[in-house]
Ligand binder design. Structure first.
Ligand code: LLP
Length: 416
């Protein structure tokens, strides 16, 4: 559920008409709803009430400081994959000791920075990373908390580009060799083994693959306990899907109760790293129709947002709903349009074959754009990145200004 709804025929973000926001801040712009964001985070947190747990929001989904700050205020932890994400979390008021650091290619400087601020743990994904962390922790005279991200070889049944828990994927330590890695880690002087982690993919719409992965991880947890390595936490990663079109993913509560039922009486802290399920439906991308170009074969609606602003349709053929900000009554004058941007690529589309009644100047909203929208945007075609606005009840806050055009070449130098 989200807080983008029509009143009469105008789309509102919570209590504010979307056309009013577009008039004030221009288009394209991302609009987020604070109430939706908080509702989704709380759905995860409350489902784990009464159990030791930490929700570590996956920063990559949407890393705006205002988003991170609101979640930090609720008590959220954070899953990061770079030093940049770590700095954002700290800048936004997140706690270092609630940060978990995932990612297959952690550089030395990133590990050192994370050790210095005292993060909650490293999710180690490569054997060599463990040796690197041990050495760097030794040099700093600290003990590094470590968890292994294991690859359970489970089919997440999602888009191949966002499936991560199969043997052929680059992620995690093969679960078959994980025990040896734990035994090795337990003998290292500057390592403290604290947990286990797995993340099998994104936009999962069924619980079964999560539970298959959990069963394999629990088997490892029990085996390690037999070896005298008692883990403090089990992190099941992110990946819970949202409804873009007609998917019916489980609600966070449903998914979590299935997970808890598998845990039995094991006294282990549960961690999750949801990104999309928290922020995906908490955002829309608002764009204006520049031109209509009906042709013999296709009708193109050329809008001012493009693949550089929202790449999911172009990159994954992702389907996101496109709705009018001012809904026409009756649907008269509707046609089937390909909604395309101004970028010089055939793959530059936001949606294909959408039935809409359009005139130049109309505003459209691309729904479910809160996750992997702005964070994946780029300056391709020298297009400044767009404004981001957060609505809170009947108030509106600019949380990232539209990039001034000079920012496009900031840091560049011409030869003397
Ligand atoms: N934890 C780890 C280690 C991850 O790699 C990811 C996402 C998450 C948590 C959060 O997953 P979520 O709950 O958001 O599914 N750009 C793609 C999605 C890439 C996901 C990458 N990893 C998209 O737009 O669909």
């Amino acid at each position: 559920m989200d807080f983008f709804n029509y009143r009469q025929s105008t789309l509102y973000a919570e209590g504010v008409p979307v056309d009013q926001i577009a008039a004030e801040y221009g288009t394209p712009c991302y609009i987020y709803s604070r109430a939706t964001l908080e509702r989704h985070w709380l759905a995860f947190d409350q489902a784990l009430e009464g159990r030791r747990h930490l929700i570590c929001y996956a920063v990559k989904a949407n890393s705006n400081l205002a988003v991170l700050n609101l979640l930090a205020r609720l008590g959220s932890g954070f899953d990061i994959v770079s030093q940049g994400e770590m700095r954002r979390v700290l800048e936004a008021g997140g706690r270092a000791d609630q940060i978990v650091f995932s990612g297959v290619g952690k550089r030395e400087d990133e590990i050192v920075a994370a050790l210095k601020v005292g993060i909650r743990c490293f999710n180690v994904e490569v054997s060599g990373e463990l040796d690197r962390i041990n050495r760097l922790a030794g040099e700093l005279g600290v003990i590094a908390p470590v968890s292994f991200r294991v690859n359970p070889d489970v089919d997440a049944k999602t888009h191949p580009y966002i499936s991560t828990g199969l043997k052929e994927n680059k992620f995690g330590v093969d679960i078959a060799s994980a025990r040896d890695e734990y035994l090795r880690a337990a003998r290292m002087p500057h390592i403290r083994v604290v947990g286990v982690d797995c993340h099998i993919g994104s936009q999962l719409t069924e619980t079964a693959p999560f539970l298959d992965a959990l069963d394999k991880v629990l088997e490892l947890v029990d085996q390690l306990a037999g070896d005298g390595i008692v883990l403090e936490h089990l992190d099941l990663g992110g990946g819970l899907g949202i409804c873009y079109r007609n998917e019916q993913p489980p609600e966070p509560g449903e998914y979590i109760s299935a997970v808890l039922s598998r845990l039995g009486n094991r006294n282990i802290e549960i961690m999750l790293e949801p990104g999309r399920a928290i922020v995906g439906n908490a955002g829309i991308l608002v764009t204006r129709v520049e031109y209509l170009k009906p042709t013999e074969n296709k009708n193109f609606a050329i809008v001012d947002a493009a693949m550089n602003d929202l790449i999911r349709p172009a990159l994954y053929s992702a389907w996101q709903d496109i709705i009018p900000v001012i809904a026409e009554s009756g649907g008269a004058g509707e046609r089937v349009w390909d909604v395309v941007g101004p970028v010089c690529e055939t793959g530059d589309f936001l949606g294909k074959e959408r039935r809409l009644g359009l005139s130049p100047g109309d505003l459209l909203a691309v729904r479910s754009s809160g996750a992997y929208g702005f964070t994946m945007s780029s300056n391709y075609n020298s297009r400044p990145r767009v404004a981001e606005v957060m609505v809170d009840g009947d108030r509106c806050h600019l949380i990232r200004q539209r990039e001034p055009v000079e920012m496009l070449w900031a840091g560049e130098q011409i030869l003397p």
